[in-house]
Design a protein around this ligand. Structure first.
Ligand code: MGD
Ligand code: MGD
Ligand code: SF4
Ligand code: MO
Length: 722
C-alpha cells in the first residue's frame, strides 16, 4: 500500500531457538510495527525489535514501545481469579484470596442475577476501555446489551476521543480520526498542530513533522506549554488554557479578511459559511489576543502561513478536546480547512492524534452508550434491526441508550446503578473529580474487575478476573489513521489468565444467554460475526478480512466489500457524509473555561502526559526503566510564579482546588505560562491529580474539562526539598 521515502525493506536476522511474531505496540494510537522475539524452547517472549517494513512508523519506537514486551511475564501478573476476602491477608494480593474460574464466575453470575431480580436490568453497568482489540470491544457491547440486557455501558474513550468524535460528526457527518494516511504528513507544506504534545505522546510521528520543516514547510503549534514540539515550531501560539475557540475564530477571521477563503469550494461543498463569517467578525486580532494571551503578531503570522500554504494539515489532540467546549474546539479548527478548501485531497486535511491503541476502532462498535457496531445509532430502528438479526435477539429487546462515563458514576452514587463490570480501564486514577468517583465505586453493591495487574480500581472490586496482555491473544485494532491492522499472538496466556472475550462467553452461559455466545470459540469466530455486524454502517469493516489486512499492510475503513481495498483518503470526491453531501462550517461563539481563576484559586491547572508513562500508569509504573526515568509526579511552575510563592525546585508543595488537594514536587521551568501549572496524571492513590480536576462536561460529547480548572499553591511549613 502506501510506501514513501522512509520505507526500507530490511531482512530480520534469524537466531536459532527464536521466532519472530509480527505485531504492533500495546500502547498508543501510533501502533508502531514491531516483532516480538519468542524463545522456541520455552515459548516465552524474550524481547522486541522494530519492523522497518511497517509503512507508518518504519522501524521507529519510543521508550514505552521498546519495553512493552516486559509486561507479559511480569511478576505482578494476576494468575488466577481473586475473590475479596478481607480476613485473608495472607492471600496473593492483600484482601483477596485465589479462586477457581468456576467459583469466581459463578459468584459473579449469582450477584448479577440477584441485583437484576431486585432492582431491574439497568441496575448493572459495564465500563470498558479501548486497549482491547476490535473483536473484544465489539463483544463487550454485545455482552452488555444481550447477556446483561442493560442500557448502562460506556467506556474510557469518553475521556479521550469523544470530543473529536462529536466535532467530526457535526462537521463532516462521519468520525474517522484522520482524513488522510500518516504517509502524507511529511509531504504537506504546513502543519498546524493544536493541543498535542506530539514528541512525548506520539513520538514516532516526529520524523514526519521534522521532514516538513526540512523541505521548507512550516510548523505552527498552539499549546500553553513550550513542549519539545513547540520549541521547534516556526510559530508557537502560547495561549491560555481553555481559550482555543477564540484562537481558531481569530485565525478564521484573518483567513477570510485576507482573501484565503476558497469561495468555489465553500459554495459547492459546505453549509454555514455566511453565519460563521458574521460570527468571527468580532474576533479581530486585538480581541483574540486579549482572550488568548497570544500576541497579535503571532496570530497574524499564523493565519498568513496557513493561508498561503498550498497544502496544509490541521492536527489536534486532547489539549483542545478535553475541555467543556471540546466539540466546539474541534469544529472550530476544522473550519480552517473547510473555509480554505484545504481538505479532500492528498497532503491536505484534518487529523486528530487518536490516543489509545484502539481509540479509533473501540469507539465505533458499541461500547459507547448510544452506539451499535459499524457506528450505528442505537436510537435508529434500522440499525437496531440489523444488529438484532446478527445477535439473534428481538429488536424490542435492544436496550435504550445509557449515559456517559462520568454520569454512570453519578448513578452509582445515587444507587440507580448497583453493580459494575469494569474491564480495561482504571477510573480510580483516570476519571475527573476522584473523591466523588472513588466514593461512587465504594457505594456499589457488587463490582467485578478484569485486568492483568492489580489496578487502583481493582482494589474496589469484589471479584478480579485475570485477563491477558495484548501479546497473548489475536485480533485487529484500528490505528490513528483509520487503518485496521492485525495484532498477533506471541505466547500462550500465562497462569490461568484468559482473553476478555472468552470470559464473556463463559459468563453469558451462566447468565442463561449461552445461545447468543456459544458459537464463539476463537477470536477469529468473534471477528467473523463482528464484520457482519458492521456491514452497511458508516464504519463498515465487512471487507477488512484478516487475510486482506495481512496482504495490504492494513485496510482503511470504510471497506465495504471483499474486493474493496479500503479508503486511505476520505472525501476525495468532496462528498461529505451529511445527507446533502456537504460539510458544515460551524458558527461557534466563545465560552470561557467552566472555572476561571479567582482570588482564592488564582492559577490555571492543566494536566497531561510524559513520554515514559501511559495513562493511569498501571502498566508503565511496573516497568523498571520507565519507573526509573519518571518515578514520581511533579508540578511544573514558571520561575516568576515560583518566586511569588517563595518555592524552590524540588520542594514539595500542596496544590488545591475546590474539589481536592495533593502534594507534588516542584519542577521550575520556563516552558510554561506564568498563570498556569501542569501536572502529569499517571499516578495513583494520593498522587492522582484527578483528585483536583473538574467534571465540567461538554454538552455534546460529555467530555470532562481535564485541561483547565482554577488552582492554588500552598507552601508547606516543612519547606521540604527531596
Ligand atoms: N507517553 C504517552 N503517550 C501517550 C499516552 C500516554 O499516557 N503517555 N496516552 C495516549 C493517549 S490515550 C492520548 S489521549 C494521547 C494524548 O496526547 P496529547 O493530547 O498530545 O497529550 P496531553 O499531554 O494530554 O495534552 C497535549 C497538550 O495539550 C496542551 N494543553 C493543555 N491545555 C491546553 C489548551 O487549553 N489548549 C491547547 N491548545 N493545548 C493545551 C498541554 O500542554 C499538552 O502539551 O497520547 C497517547 N500517547
Ligand atoms: N487529569 C487527566 N485525566 C485523564 C486524562 C488527562 O489528560 N488528564 N486523559 C484521559 C484519557 S485521554 C484517557 S484515554 C484515560 C485513560 O484512562 P484508563 O482507562 O484508566 O487507562 P489505562 O491506564 O490504560 O487503564 C487500562 C487498564 O486496563 C488494563 N488493561 C490493558 N489492556 C487490557 C485488556 O486487554 N483487558 C483488560 N481486562 N484489561 C486491560 C491495564 O492494566 C490498566 O489497568 O484517562 C483520562 N484521564
Ligand atoms: S509511539 Fe506509541 S505505539 Fe509507538 S512505541 Fe511508543 S507507545 Fe508504542
Ligand atoms: Mo486517551
Amino acid at each position: 500500500m502506501q510506501k514513501d521515502k522512509f520505507f526500507r525493506e530490511i531482512e530480520n536476522v534469524n537466531h536459532p531457538n527464536e521466532k519472530l511474531i509480527k505485531t504492533h505496540c500495546s500502547y498508543c494510537g501510533m501502533q508502531c510495527g514491531m516483532n516480538l522475539r519468542v524463545n522456541t524452547l520455552t515459548n516465552k517472549i524474550v524481547g522486541v525489535e522494530p519492523r522497518y517494513e511497517w509503512p507508518v512508523t518504519v522501524g521507529k519506537m519510543c521508550p514505552k514501545g521498546v519495553t512493552a514486551y516486559q509486561q507479559t511475564n511480569h511478576k505482578d501478573r494476576i494468575l488466577k481469579p481473586l475473590i475479596r476476602d478481607d480476613s485473608s491477608l495472607n492471600g496473593t494480593k492483600e484482601g483477596f484470596r485465589e479462586a477457581s474460574w468456576e467459583e469466581a464466575l459463578t459468584l459473579v453470575a449469582k450477584n448479577f442475577k440477584e441485583l437484576q431480580a431486585h432492582y431491574g436490568k439497568d441496575s448493572l453497568s459495564v465500563f470498558s476501555g479501548v486497549s482491547m482489540t476490535n473483536e473484544k470491544c465489539y463483544l463487550t457491547g454485545k455482552f452488555a446489551r444481550v447477556a446483561l440486557g442493560t442500557r448502562y455501558i460506556d467506556y474510557n474513550g469518553r475521556f479521550c476521543m469523544s470530543s473529536a468524535a462529536g466535532g467530526f460528526l457535526r462537521t463532516f457527518g462521519v468520525d474517522r480520526g484522520s482524513t488522510l494516511p500518516w504517509t502524507d504528513i511529511h509531504e504537506t507544506d504546513c502543519l498546524f498542530i493544536a493541543g498535542s504534545n506530539t514528541a512525548e505522546c506520539h513520538p514516532t510521528s516526529m520524523f514526519r513533522v521534522w521532514a516538513v520543516q526540512e523541505r521548507g514547510g512550516y510548523l505552527i503549534v498552539a499549546d500553553p506549554r513550550e513542549t519539545p514540539l513547540a520549541r521547534r515550531a516556526d510559530i508557537h501560539l502560547d495561549l491560555r488554557p481553555g481559550t482555543d475557540l477564540a484562537l481558531a475564530n481569530g485565525i478564521l477571521h484573518l483567513l477570510i479578511k485576507n482573501g484565503h477563503a476558497d469561495e468555489q469550494f465553500v459554495n459547492q461543498h459546505t453549509n454555514g459559511f455566511e453565519e460563521t463569517k458574521e460570527l468571527v467578525e468580532q474576533f479581530t486580532p486585538a480581541y483574540t489576543s486579549m482572550i488568548t494571551g497570544v500576541s497579535i503578531e503571532k496570530i497574524e503570522r499564523a493565519a498568513e502561513v496557513y493561508g498561503k500554504a498550498p497544502n496544509a494539515i490541521v492536527m489536534f489532540a486532547r489539549g483542545i478536546e478535553q475541555q467543556h467546549k471540546g466539540v466546539d474546539n474541534v469544529s472550530a479548527y476544522c473550519n480552517l480547512a473547510l473555509v480554505t478548501g484545504k481538505i479532500g485531497r492528498p497532503k491536505a486535511g484534518v487529523a486528530t492524534f487518536t490516543g489509545q491503541g484502539n481509540g479509533q476502532g473501540g469507539r465505533e462498535h458499541g461500547q459507547k452508550s448510544d452506539l451499535l457496531p459499524g457506528y450505528r445509532k442505537i436510537t435508529d430502528p434500522k440499525a437496531v434491526e440489523h444488529v438484532s438479526k446478527v445477535w439473534g435477539i428481538n429488536p424490542e429487546d435492544m436496550p435504550q441508550p445509557g449515559v456517559s462515563a462520568y454520569e454512570m458514576f453519578e448513578l452509582m452514587e445515587q444507587k440507580t446503578i448497583r453493580g459494575l463490570y469494569l474491564l480495561c480501564s482504571n477510573p480510580a486514577v483516570s476519571a475527573p473529580n476522584l473523591n466523588f468517583v472513588r466514593n461512587a465505586m465504594k457505594n456499589l453493591d457488587f463490582m467485578v474487575c478484569s485486568d492483568f495487574y492489580l489496578s487502583e480500581s481493582a482494589e474496589f472490586a469484589d471479584v478480579i478476573l485475570p485477563s491477558v496482555t495484548w501479546s497473548e491473544d489475536e485480533g485487529t485494532v484500528t490505528n490513528l489513521e483509520g487503518r485496521i491492522i492485525k495484532i498477533n499472538k506471541a505466547q500462550e496466556p500465562i497462569g490461568e489468565s484468559k482473553p476478555d472475550w472468552q470470559m464473556q462467553v463463559e459468563l453469558a452461559n451462566l447468565l442463561g444467554k449461552g445461545k447468543h455466545f456459544d458459537h464463539l470459540k476463537t477470536a477469529r469466530d468473534v471477528a467473523e460475526e463482528f464484520r457482519l455486524a458492521t456491514k452497511g454502517g458508516n464504519a463498515d469493516y465487512y471487507g477488512a478480512t484478516w487475510d486482506k489486512i495481512d496482504k495490504q499492510d492494513g485496510v482503511f475503513w470504510p471497506c465495504r466489500e471483499k474486493e474493496d481495498k479500503g479508503t486511505p483518503h476520505m472525501f476525495l470526491d468532496n462528498k461529505f457524509y451529511h445527507s446533502d453531501g456537504r460539510a458544515k462550517i460551524c458558527a461557534l461563539p466563545y465560552r470561557p473555561p467552566a472555572e476561571e481563576p479567582c482570588e482564592e484559586y488564582p492559577l490555571r491547572l492543566t494536566t497531561g502526559r510524559v513520554v515514559y508513562h501511559y495513562l493511569s500508569g498501571n502498566q508503565t509504573r511496573r516497568i523498571p526503566f520507565l519507573k526509573d526515568m519518571c518515578p514520581d509526579p511533579y508540578v511544573e511552575v514558571h520561575p516568576s510564579t515560583a518566586e511569588k510563592y517563595n518555592i524552590n525546585h524540588d520542594e514539595v508543595v500542596k496544590l488545591f482546588t475546590r474539589r481536592g488537594k495533593a502534594e507534588y514536587k516542584v519542577k521550575i521551568t520556563e516552558a510554561i505560562r506564568e498563570d498556569t501549572v501542569f501536572v502529569p496524571y499517571h499516578f495513583g492513590h494520593d498522587e492522582s491529580i484527578n483528585l483536583l480536576t473538574i467534571a465540567a462536561l461538554d454538552p455534546m460529547s460529555r467530555m470532562p474539562e481535564f485541561k483547565a480548572c482554577a488552582v492554588e499553591i500552598e507552601k508547606l511549613d516543612t519547606g521540604k526539598v527531596l
